[in-house]
Design a protein around this ligand. Structure first.
Ligand SMILES: [Cu+2]
Length: 338
């Protein structure tokens, strides 16, 4: 909300501001240039500041970083002093094979002079973790401070509430699941729509449901790639992913990644990957995955890769992976040593 230090001015300012925001609702709020980010991706946050505090120039911009948004690096800005505050995260995160326990909790750009009739952008980079729920918005409170007034974009909508109903909404970013990134991206640019089977594809085999298999584009010369999906066991007894094949590789293995001291390593699961009854196992970067070894050709975004999975009970299942961008869903396979 907008607060001004002398009380009468506050009321006047509030009235004036309400008129402004109802006149041009889309332009009046502080917002992010790109209001969508995938889980487990690096996001460039560009905060757009459309006006000052009731006519006064903005001198300070404060940004509060919520839990789940980590590895924050603000971009310095000419004419502004940049300061950050750090905090310990609620729980540690794993990023590029390292444990990350703390990071930036507040960014402050101060000492600037952004006129009420001018517009400017404030930028930071962050890792959006998978602790931010998909299909929901994460809200990042932003406060503008002027000589004697301030605008607090800090209102967070309650569950189910339309953020447009708020006068001073905290800018929001829609979080999408890592495996939807490419489809969303194509949609955004009006490119060819992904076939319906590629996003949210569910394959049923006996008691198992296999959802949205995907792989990742490979950097030039890479001889390995990972395959990812979710496997849910709707049955009464455990099953086990014990092997499979892929048309583009000579060797197929079921792997897990885990920390070995400070180093992330992967290894083949000799006994396969168990899927207990009623459980969903997520194969994802940095965790369980299937591995295509001795690739016959590089994988490019938008390719599809046919293959099979072999389960102890459900038997052989044909699946198709959609190839997504190299930056999808975490760090590249190529960076890790077997
Ligand atoms: Cu692997």
């Amino acid at each position: 909300m907008l607060t001004t230090f002398p009380r009468q001015t506050a009321l006047l300012a509030l009235a004036g501001f309400s008129l402004l925001s109802s006149a041009s609702p889309g332009l009046a709020h502080a917002t992010f240039e790109n209001a969508q980010a995938a889980q487990d991706s690096t996001y460039k946050a560009v905060i757009r500041i459309p006006h000052g505090c009731d006519g006064q120039p903005t001198q300070t911009v404060r940004v509060t970083i919520p839990e789940g948004v980590i590895a924050v690096k603000p971009m310095p800005k000419a004419g502004w002093t940049l300061q950050t505050t750090r905090k310990s995260y609620d729980r540690p995160y794993t990023l590029h094979g390292r444990e990350v326990k703390d990071g930036v909790s507040e960014i402050v750009w101060s000492g600037g002079q952004l006129g009420d009739d001018h517009y400017d952008e404030f930028t930071f980079q962050a890792r959006m973790t998978d602790r931010l729920p998909a299909q929901q918005n994460v809200h990042i409170p932003v406060v503008q401070e002027c000589a004697t007034a301030r605008v607090s974009w800090t209102e967070i909508p309650a569950a189910g509430q339309d953020p447009h109903a708020l006068k001073f909404p905290a800018p929001g970013i829609r979080i999408i699941a890592a495996n939807q990134q490419v489809a969303q991206h194509q949609h955004h640019h009006g490119g060819p729509a992904a076939p319906a089977t590629q996003t949210g594809q569910v394959i049923r085999a006996g008691d198992l449901e296999i959802t949205a298999p995907w792989s990742r584009a490979t950097p030039g010369g890479a001889k390995v790639a990972g395959g990812f999906m979710r496997i849910t066991n709707r049955g009464q007894s455990a099953d086990r992913l014990v092997g499979g094949s892929a048309e583009i590789s000579g060797v197929f293995e079921v792997h897990e990644m885990r920390m070995d001291g400070n180093v992330m390593r992967m290894r083949a699961l000799e006994k396969g990957l168990e899927i207990k009854p009623g459980e969903t196992v997520e194969l994802k970067p940095g965790s369980y995955h299937v591995m295509f070894i001795d690739l016959k050709k590089p994988l490019r975004v938008g390719d599809t890769v046919k293959g099979t999975l072999v389960f102890e009970k459900a038997g052989t299942v044909e699946i198709t992976y959609t190839v997504q961008s190299m930056s999808s869903g975490g760090h590249g396979h190529g960076q890790h040593k077997h």
